[in-house]
Design a protein around this ligand. Structure first.
Ligand code: FMN
Length: 238
């Protein structure tokens, strides 16, 4: 697969259907078709709770990916050119254990067996933003058939994309959207092939260059700049 920068990826995506996408690409405000069928969306998975933290563990509630989702949605809502972004969180039907080792064991088992863990939430209503309150309980996920830009967030698990993201993408009706992945990690993000994995799960989509931030650094001041620059490279903020 040829590696494209986010600018190039968005250009390719825009050229594929210029009539539909011109407002976003040229900087006009794009409104959601409806709250349940958004044109742009931010969807993420975060386990949170007891988290790997440097050489030990730390309680992180909300989790690192939830925090990063909140930073991104705030930047988009303040400075974005695609209008207010609806935010959704993917919840597994059976929550992952709070114990890190137990969660790792379950993840390895799912990776080894190829199991698709069922989700607690499937199509319907949007959340307006990723506040602590709004991300604490299962919410329905939207119809993605009209989705043009999807920011998709998750932690790195077992050097891979968590299996709940596979479940989500395989059960969603996402088509030729522009998917911008963002993820958090704690040990090493170097072995993961995010573009390849998401490309297989959403074959019609264009996958942008991922934002990859260490969980321990998510709350740092500088990460707002990193997140802002990444959104700007994708043409989503000025
Ligand atoms: C089951 C599990 C597997 C993990 N595997 C990895 C890994 O392979 N590489 C890595 O860098 N971090 C790994 N981590 C650390 C998480 O990616 C990191 O703590 C992340 O920021 C957690 O996000 P959350 O708080 O949104 O759940 C793993 C954590 C868990 C719970």
């Amino acid at each position: 697969m040829t590696e494209l920068s986010n600018d190039e990826a968005r250009e390719t995506f825009a050229e594929s259907s210029p009539a539909v996408r011109s407002t976003e690409v040229t900087g006009g405000a794009a409104l959601c078709v409806s709250p349940t069928c958004p044109e742009n969306a931010l969807i993420y998975f975060s386990r949170g709770g007891t988290s790997m933290w440097n050489d030990g563990e730390k309680l992180r509630e909300p989790g690192n990916t939830t925090r990063l989702a909140a930073v991104l949605s705030q930047i988009l809502n303040n400075d974005g050119i695609i209008g207010e972004i609806p935010v959704y969180r993917v919840f597994p039907k059976v929550p992952y254990p709070d114990d890190v080792a137990e969660a790792q064991n379950r993840n390895f088992a799912e990776q080894d067996s190829g199991e698709l863990p069922p989700l607690a939430n499937l199509p319907a209503t949007a959340l307006s933003h990723a506040s602590e309150e709004s991300t604490s309980s299962p919410q329905s996920l939207p119809d993605l058939s009209a989705c043009e830009v999807l920011l998709l967030g998750f932690p790195i698990w077992g050097d891979a994309v968590p299996r709940v993201i596979d479940t989500f993408l395989q059960s969603s009706n996402i088509g030729d959207a522009f998917i911008l992945p963002f993820c958090t990690w704690s040990m090493s993000p170097s072995h993961i092939n995010i573009e390849g994995t998401l490309g297989m799960l959403a074959p019609e989509a264009t996958i942008g260059v991922p934002l990859i931030i260490r969980g321990e650094d998510v709350d740092d001041e500088n990460d707002t700049t990193t997140a802002h620059d990444w959104l700007a490279s994708a043409g989503l903020v000025n």
